[in-house]
Design a protein around this ligand. Structure first.
Ligand code: PHE
Length: 495
């Protein structure tokens, strides 16, 4: 790729950039979120709202974030600043939400490190649930009691942060090389697990549950909202990551085709992951003699309780498949995790002129320190509360602001024209309609309805104060810091 003489660091190749975007998108969510959401929202029929959301929100926003980062040659705050200086805060908000997410995302990776080790010995025995809750997490009775720090998880957490530091150490060029390993490796692990899963008894029943179409569900607006939520989270949109990555592209780089490749690779992986997950669930149902719907799980429960239970039941090489599964989670997670850090590091460095490595070291130290809260005995509750609030409200808010700022303030058509000047696939006016109308309307509805729901019935069974501190308190804090940084940055101007 030609350097434009700006002195800014560049990706070593186009593949490096696309793979890094794909690596960020393909994460834990593809394995433990997509298959479950698909199953729950109409099975095969869910692919209709999913593709609708992908084309009206996923691809348009991917292009928007790529284009914003590239034209500003800077991360999210710079990208907003280049459109309207007073909007820089929205970029910082994305950065801070990303940083909050990475502090707990790394904790989940820490559990995965530990489980690679536990798999070798099949340490969970016959009670994977008890092992996870009482031994690994050693849960207290509620978020009010933090209790001691769990040693093995801290070790995993330190390993994760060291890995992030090592990968980001040399800047974006080395990221471009690392992803050549961290993207294909989990795909390979997934292929191994899918072949194993699909050849087990009961697999067909599992897959049937995953994809059996229920078209009646499509009349429920919640199914369509679920599709939008999944597309946003899965493509790493609204999190400052893609703008930062795109800021290292030369000005003549393609936008639209890169976005299509990223989106399709990510969705292909999700769809395929469903086969690995549901075939294994079908096997579990077959072994235990219960219907598939009684064993279906998502999130940490799927990865750290249900899957270990399945591994124990495998006829041969059980520890091997256990190691493959948790290695897959690690390699899936690592490129999402370092992308979240880079999304914050890039604008911090550009704004304050600090050396890249210094910023990265500090972010890693602070991220590790914050993570300590989540590795206490009560930490799991906090992880759950923070995750719910930041990823449910944060992502949607930022994506909505992006649509309004670009669609209505800057002009969707203007950005599309800029994009088309250098893009291989020329984008038509459908893009403007998505950015100006369809996506903001859906996201606006999404945000308002989930805020109302969140206020009427507080999340989970947690005491109200815990939701206030970890949820709303966290949101208010993050917004306040963003506004502070946004105004400070505004005074400093673009560097
Ligand atoms: N897309 C990642 C996943 O599916 C999560 C993620 C969200 C990563 C936002 C970076 C930014 O797991």
């Amino acid at each position: 790729m030609a350097d434009q003489g700006s002195g800014r660091e560049r990706w070593g190749s186009r593949t490096g950039f696309v793979m890094a975007a794909v690596g960020s998108a393909i994460g834990l969510g593809n394995v433990w979120r997509f298959p479950y959401i698909c199953y729950q929202n109409g099975g095969g029929a869910f692919l209709i709202p999913f593709f609708f959301a992908l084309f009206t929100c996923g691809f348009p926003l991917l292009m928007l974030e790529f284009a914003m980062g590239k034209r500003a040659q800077g991360g999210a705050p710079q990208a907003f600043h280049a459109i309207r200086p007073f909007m820089a805060w929205a970029g910082w908000l994305a950065c801070l939400c990303a940083f909050v997410i990475v502090t707990y995302y790394c904790v989940i990776m820490a559990w995965s490190w530990d489980y690679v080790w536990y798999s070798i010995k099949m340490a969970w025995g016959t009670d994977a649930e008890g092992f996870f809750r009482e031994h690994v997490l050693n849960l207290t009775s509620g978020p009010g009691i933090l209790g001691v720090i769990q040693g093995p998880i801290v070790i995993g957490l330190i390993l994760t942060w060291i890995a992030i530091l090592a990968i980001l150490w040399k800047g974006i060029r080395s990221v471009g090389r690392v992803v050549l390993v961290t993207v294909p490796l989990p795909a390979l692990c997934l292929a191994v697990l899918a072949v194993r899963g699909l050849t087990l008894p009961g697999a067909v029943d599992g897959v049937t549950y995953y994809l059996q179409p229920d078209f009646v569900k499509l009349t429920d607006p919640r199914v369509w909202l679920a599709a939008y939520g999944q597309v946003l989270f899965s493509l790493s949109l609204g999190m400052a990551v893609l703008a930062a990555y795109a800021s290292y592209l030369p000005r003549d780089a393609d936008i639209s085709n890169n976005a299509f490749m990223t989106g399709f690779a990510n969705c292909g992986f999700s769809f395929f992951a469903g086969f690995a997950v549901f075939s294994a669930l079908g096997f579990l149902a077959y072994q235990t003699g219960v219907p598939v719907q009684d064993v279906v799980e998502s999130g940490p429960d799927l990865a750290f309780i249900t899957y270990p239970t399945i591994i124990s039941q495998l006829p041969f090489w059980a520890p091997f498949f256990g190691v493959v599964f948790f290695l897959m989670l690690l390699t899936l997670g690592i490129d999402s995790a370092f992308s979240l850090v880079e999304g914050f590091a890039t604008p911090l460095r550009d704004t304050f002129g600090t050396k890249h490595i210094k910023v990265v070291i500090w972010l890693c130290i602070i991220g590790l320190a914050i993570g300590i809260i989540y590795v206490t005995r009560g930490g799991f509750y906090w992880l759950d509360i923070v995750d719910h609030h930041v990823s449910d409200y944060g992502l949607v808010t930022i994506a909505l602001v992006e649509c309004i700022v670009v669609g209505w303030i800057f002009g969707a058509r203007r950005l599309r024209r800029e994009m088309n000047e250098t893009s291989e696939v020329k984008i038509g006016s459908w893009w403007d309609i998505c950015i100006m109308a369809i996506t903001p309307l859906v996201l606006g509805y999404f945000l308002i309805s989930s805020l109302i729901k969140g206020i009427i019935e507080p999340y989970g069974d947690y005491p109200a104060w815990a939701n206030w501190v970890g949820g709303w308190g966290m949101i208010i804090l993050v917004i306040a810091i963003s506004i502070f940084l946004g105004t400070k940055y505004h005074r400093k101007g673009v560097k």
